[in-house]
Design a protein. Structure first.
Length: 107
C-alpha cells in the first residue's frame, strides 16, 4: 500500500528532501501511483503536447516516432531529398525536421 511514508521514502530515494519541489521528478512519482486517473492525466498531457507541436508546424509525437523508425503515416511523406512534408487540409506543408533521436522503443 502506498501511503505518506512510502511517498516520503520514495522522495528520499530519488535524492530530494521532502520539503523540496518535485519539479522534473513529478511524473516519475506519479507513475508509481498508476491508476485510471493518473493514466487519463498522462493521455491528456501527451495529447496536448502533440497538439501544440502540430500547431507550430512539427510532426505530432506519434508521427515523429513513426518517421524516426522509417514508417510512413497517412498524412506524411518524404521527397527524393529526404525532406518531410505533411498534408493538412489538402495543402502540402514542409515539416521542420528535428533530427535528434530522443524517442526510444521500450521493450
Amino acid at each position: 500500500m502506498k501511503d505518506y511514508y512510502y511517498t516520503i521514502n520514495y522522495i528520499k530515494e530519488i535524492g530530494l528532501n521532502p520539503q523540496d519541489e518535485l519539479g522534473e521528478h513529478t511524473l516519475e512519482l506519479l507513475t508509481t501511483y498508476m491508476n485510471s486517473d493518473i493514466g487519463d492525466l498522462f493521455v491528456k498531457c501527451l495529447t496536448t503536447m502533440s497538439s501544440i507541436r502540430r500547431h507550430v508546424g512539427h510532426l505530432s509525437l506519434f508521427e515523429e516516432f513513426m518517421a524516426s523508425k522509417e514508417h510512413k503515416t497517412t498524412n506524411t511523406f518524404k521527397d527524393q531529398t529526404g525532406q518531410a512534408y505533411y498534408v493538412r487540409n489538402g495543402k502540402t506543408e514542409k515539416i521542420k525536421m528535428n533530427n535528434k533521436n530522443h524517442l526510444k522503443i521500450v521493450k
